[in-house]
Design a protein around this ligand. Structure first.
Ligand code: COA
Length: 534
């Protein structure tokens, strides 16, 4: 066992410069968060308030146990994605604690285009359902939505992972014994009506909650009959006549009280206390921004990061002298054991083999895995190809995919190409994935992409007996470089739900401890690795 030390002092010149540069990154994230928290804005909220409706975040703050942490998923989803603002993609989702039980919550925001589903609303809803399924959590749907955002129906309705997947998930999770509960607090039209109708138990709010396959406008158009929403599908009809809902609530607050009672009766599993007393690191996590080089080309010192993330800065390193461009070892976060893999340079064959062995060990000992990405990729060159770097990297990917222990992936620096995959990037299936404000990700770096494409162009021109005209090579490269730079940024990535959250370095331990607590309630299933090419 090693207690990690630190050579960096907050009075160092570089530390001060790095910390100052980090504040600029943070302030960009802060403004995006503020816009997300405001939802559809004060005017739209005032309109909802006139009807006696609370904004979704207020509904959640009444629903969740006071003082408990909320692990929000996709807070800035939708940021700057569409040609108009869609804050938080029009839905607030996450994992929280209700009556002592961990639950997944989904709260539509009717101040954002009537709470309708954009492609990213759907993606966020499905991602949170996936987390609920994996973490075996009950789901609470606070429904207040006009259904599909009709102008984008082709991206929302017909395909396998489109709107219908919400209902498939509800049915499958209900079949798994995970309570599915809805509170209808606003509109719930057409396909959306199946959310409460498919749930195990449904609450509906008098006056505001409505459930119908065809709304008043459609009934009038189809049959000529004029009927108001409450008569067509309000709380009275559905709790007395149709049986589509079970509980009649007199207000948002009353519905939330009923929801809390349902969870208290049916919630499954309390998050247990950690197996070891949590200890703070010996070096302050608030120092992390000061040790992340403002120049992304410079290496982030891996041990300095771990010294500020792990309990008591304690790290039991695995094969410290072998494959040194990746550090593997065990430690604790918030009292929960964790097997850490953190890059400390480019990946070589030896580092990939070491990481694969380490993953096998964690699987056998049922230790959750934490991948901290700071990786430009695998080493290239004839000697490395001849040494089989492709097969060694493939083993690491295989191990990351198949490991059936909980997997956490955090981008703390760059995360590129095959390095991203080997470090359990999004496509590989980590249970939770986050990104620091300074982190970046793309298939290769912008400069490399521009250079490769410029070389291909130069070869095409050479076949025609031509050269790049003077100055045009740079003109050719600049837009490629710029678009890579823009698309790799944390805000761009998180707005598209390629990660679950942007987490500040200072908040990382709390985020991880919450995820580890949740994951610790789930029985670990047996791992079978695919064939490792030796
Ligand atoms: N698709 C696209 N836009 C929609 C929409 C939908 N399904 N439903 C509502 N909107 C838009 C409105 O055009 C309006 O946009 P604007 O702010 O740019 O003018 C905004 O959402 C708010 O709608 P509004 O009707 O003013 O708000 P409200 O709170 O009074 O009512 C609804 C909200 C959802 C009850 C109501 O708009 C409605 O019934 N929508 C139709 C629902 C429907 O039939 N869905 C079927 C799809 S499955």
């Amino acid at each position: 066992m090693t207690r990690l030390d630190s050579r960096i002092r907050p009075s160092d010149e570089a530390f001060i410069a790095n910390a100052a540069a980090y504040e600029t990154l943070r302030s960009r994230i802060r403004s995006a968060r503020e816009a997300a928290l405001l939802g559809g804005g004060r005017e739209a909220q005032a309109r909802q308030a006139e009807k006696g409706k609370l904004p979704p975040r207020q509904r959640l703050s009444l629903l969740l146990d006071p003082g408990t942490a909320f692990l929000e998923i996709g807070q800035i989803a939708g940021h700057d994605v569409y040609d108009h603002a869609v804050p938080s993609a029009g839905i607030v989702t996450g994992i929280g604690i209700v009556a002592g039980h961990a639950v997944a919550v989904f709260a539509n925001d009717s101040t954002v285009k009537g709470g309708t589903y954009y492609p990213l609303t759907l993606k966020k809803h499905l991602r949170t359902q996936q987390i609920a399924r994996e973490q075996r959590l009950p789901c609470l749907y606070l429904v207040d939505s006009g259904g599909v955002y009709l102008p984008l129906q082709e991206e929302l309705f017909p395909d396998e992972t489109h709107f219908g997947r919400i209902f498939r998930n509800i049915a499958e999770m209900s079949a798994m014994g995970l309570p599915q509960v809805a509170a209808v607090m606003g509109s719930c039209t057409a396909g959306g009506a199946y959310i409460p109708a498919m749930c195990d138990e449904t609450v509906i709010v008098r006056g505001n909650g409505s459930i119908f396959l065809g709304g008043p406008q459609l009934v009038r158009a189809a049959t000529g009959v004029i009927v108001d929403a409450e008569t067509l599908g309000g709380a009275d009809v559905h709790t007395r006549d149709s049986g589509v809902a079970d509980h009649y609530a007199t207000s948002d607050g009353d519905a939330i009280r009923i929801l809390r009672e349902i969870v208290a009766r049916n919630g499954i599993g309390h998050p247990p206390s950690p197996p070891r007393t949590p200890l703070p690191p010996r070096f302050d996590p608030a120092e992390l921004p000061g040790i992340i080089c403002a120049n992304p080309r410079e290496q982030i010192p891996a041990r300095e990061i771990l010294a500020r993330l792990l309990d008591d800065s304690e790290f039991v390193e695995y094969r410290a002298r072998f494959g040194t461009s990746i550090l593997c070892g065990t430690g604790h976060v918030g009292g929960y054991p964790v097997g850490v893999l953190i890059n400390d340079g480019v990946l070589f064959s030896e580092s990939a083999q070491k990481a694969t062995n380490f993953i096998e060990i964690c699987v056998q000992r049922q230790i959750p895995l934490l991948f901290l990405h700071n990786i430009s990729g695998f080493m290239v060159g004839a000697d490395y190809e001849a040494g089989g770097i492709a097969k060694h990297g493939a083993k690491m990917v295989n191990a990351a995919v198949c490991a059936r222990v909980p997997k956490f992936s955090i981008l703390i620096g760059g995360s590129y190409g095959a390095g991203n995959l080997a470090m359990c990037g999004r496509a590989i299936g980590p249970q939770f994935m986050a990104m620091w404000p300074n982190a970046k990700t793309s298939v290769v770096g912008g400069e490399q992409a521009a250079t490769v494409l410029a070389l291909i162009r130069a070869e095409q021109l050479a076949r025609q007996g031509k050269d790049f005209p003077p100055g045009e090579e740079e003109e050719f490269k600049r837009p490629i470089r710029d678009s890579y730079e823009r698309q790799g940024q944390a805000l761009y990535v998180a707005a598209r739900m390629w990660v679950d959250a942007i987490v500040d370095p200072v908040d990382t331990r709390e985020w991880l401890a919450l995820g580890l607590a949740l994951a610790s309630t789930v029985p670990v299933s047996e791992t079978r690795f695919g064939i490792f090419r030796m």
